[in-house]
Design a protein around this ligand. Structure first.
Ligand code: COI
Length: 356
């Protein structure tokens, strides 16, 4: 058991926040968890009021982006107990990202104790309205003061919590990009690292200027095989079969993706993880066989896609006729809130804060 020091705010900001009317990502709870990696070990584990960090201008992260993160959510069950969905998968993925970026692993017990303590402390911040939850953002960044390109020897691990509404509040349109790439095999596409998101901004800005919400990334060699959306993994329903791109080193190992695959298979759907080309998707659309397109992610949950743009043409999909995506969205939302039985052992109740 780790010893986490807790320093509470004198006065909560919660009374000033309308929990049922919040944009994604801008409202932070009162406290955060922080820990420092120094001399090969995690130390200074504490929960403190959310405040600025003081950062040296030579901080390695600012120059070379040695930085990783996770995205998780907590929701409250009908008795008001906060619930987590598969938290151990998030620490596993965080540590996979850490390994790729030459960063230290976070021990699973430290990660889980920090999450339980912080979410337990902030449980009154969990919004109750449909589609809202407490977003949990664990992240780690290098803290050495050095402008040579090198692996940092010191790091900070932080967990922020934010009450959030839906990331996408309406169906999205995607531009299948044939000019820019997000990731190539051998790169860092399957690590949840800051630079992947920075690199996506310019193509996303161009796609937005053309009227699309997001980019649908294609492979970097032939611009042929579909990868993901950057904020979410992607699913297609073709001839009644659910298809999602298989991992190939350039696709993020989505935890919601994994859950949705299992939920749909248990429901009797055929779900294929395989290579899928943009040509196959366009042909299925032209033949009338593309019945649904949707993205999955912690933030995005299950988000329907109403349009795919490719090579100057738009292919519209009738989201009102979707059945699989709404089912998946409702199922995972109800599971998260303890409104349906957890038959897979995915739900973890948040224990009371571990006060030290
Ligand atoms: C998440 O779904 O939690 C993510 O990390 C995506 C993020 C870019 C909002």
């Amino acid at each position: 058991m780790y010893s986490i020091k807790i320093n509470k705010v004198a006065e909560s900001r919660l009374p000033q926040v309308d929990l049922n009317n919040i944009p994604f990502g801008r409202v932070f709870t009162d406290h955060m968890f922080t820990a420092d990696y120094i001399n090969g070990e995690w130390t200074n584990l504490e929960i403190v009021p959310v405040k600025d960090f003081s950062i040296h201008p030579g901080n390695l992260t600012l120059h070379y982006a040695q930085s990783i993160f996770e995205g998780m959510k907590a929701a409250a069950n009908p008795d008001g107990v906060p619930l987590l969905l598969r938290p151990e998968m998030h620490v596993e993925r965080l540590n996979r990202s850490a390994d790729r970026m030459c960063m230290p692993a976070v021990p699973e017990a430290m990660f889980l104790e920090a999450i339980h303590s912080l979410v337990g402390l902030e449980k009154d911040w969990i919004p109750s309205s449909e589609g809202s939850s407490l977003y949990i953002r664990p992240f780690m960044f290098a803290t050495d003061e050095f402008v040579g390109v090198a692996v940092s020897e010191t790091y900070k691990f932080v967990i922020l919590t934010l009450p959030v509404g839906p990331y996408y509040d309406k169906p999205v349109s995607l531009k299948a990009d044939t000019e820019y790439v997000r990731a190539a095999p051998g790169g860092v596409g399957d690590a949840k690292t800051a630079g992947n998101y920075a690199a996506s901004l310019y193509p996303a800005k161009k796609a937005k200027a053309e009227g699309y919400d997001q980019v649908l990334w294609l492979d970097g060699k032939e611009f042929k095989y579909i990868q993901e959306v950057g904020t979410m993994n992607i699913f297609f329903v073709i001839d009644g079969t659910v298809v999602t791109p298989a991992f190939n080193g350039a696709i993020l190992h989505g935890i919601t993706r994994n859950s949705i695959i299992q939920i749909l298979r248990d429901e009797g759907h055929t779900v294929e993880e395989r290579e899928i080309s943009i040509d196959e998707v366009i042909k299925a659309h032209q033949d009338g066989n593309l019945s649904e397109v949707f993205g999955t992610g912690t933030a995005a949950v299950v988000s329907p896609v109403h349009r795919i743009g490719y090579q100057g043409e738009n292919y519209d999909i009738d989201v009102d006729s979707f059945t699989i995506a709404p089912f998946a969205k409702q199922y995972i939302s109800q599971l998260r809130r303890g409104q349906i039985e957890d038959t897979r052992g995915w739900i973890v109740k948040v224990e009371e804060p571990v006060l030290a």
